[in-house]
Design a protein around this ligand. Sequence first.
Ligand code: FES
Length: 163
Amino acid sequence: MPMDRRNFFARATEALGALLAAGLGLPAAFYLLSPGRRNASAWVDAAGLSQLSPRVPEEVTLRRTRLDGWKIVSEKSTAWIVKLSDTDIVAFSPQCTHLGCAYHFDEKKHEFVCPCHTSNFSLEGKVLTGPAPRPLDRFEVKVENGRVLIGALVAGANPPSKG
Ligand code: FES
């Protein structure tokens, strides 16, 4: 059956709509599914294992690069690493779990102290005195070739502490 003028315009309109949808949808799908967006948990070299003294926290600077769309973004942050033993290395987020203040390590007390509302945390990140509601947040940690690598922040990695 020959195509009349009405059918031709209907088909042409449908084809144009499909082309527009593909033109808008493909870049959006590429952006949402691109590896850069999944790269948030990339591992960062933080320190040499031999540099860390047992049970002495070390604050390290982390620089992560990630692809954000078509831009490479470099982000700087810090973490506290504690070598609890040769096989037990932990890394804490630098923010207090109460209201997010930066805490420090008190060498005399041998514990982490938050200056904002005086929460104290043990070397394992447990709350010693409140008002912090939960232990320090931890990063994923692994050791490869004598280097300590820090990954993504792990939600709820610490068991709730009691007093
Ligand atoms: S923010 Fe640390 S105790 Fe309040």
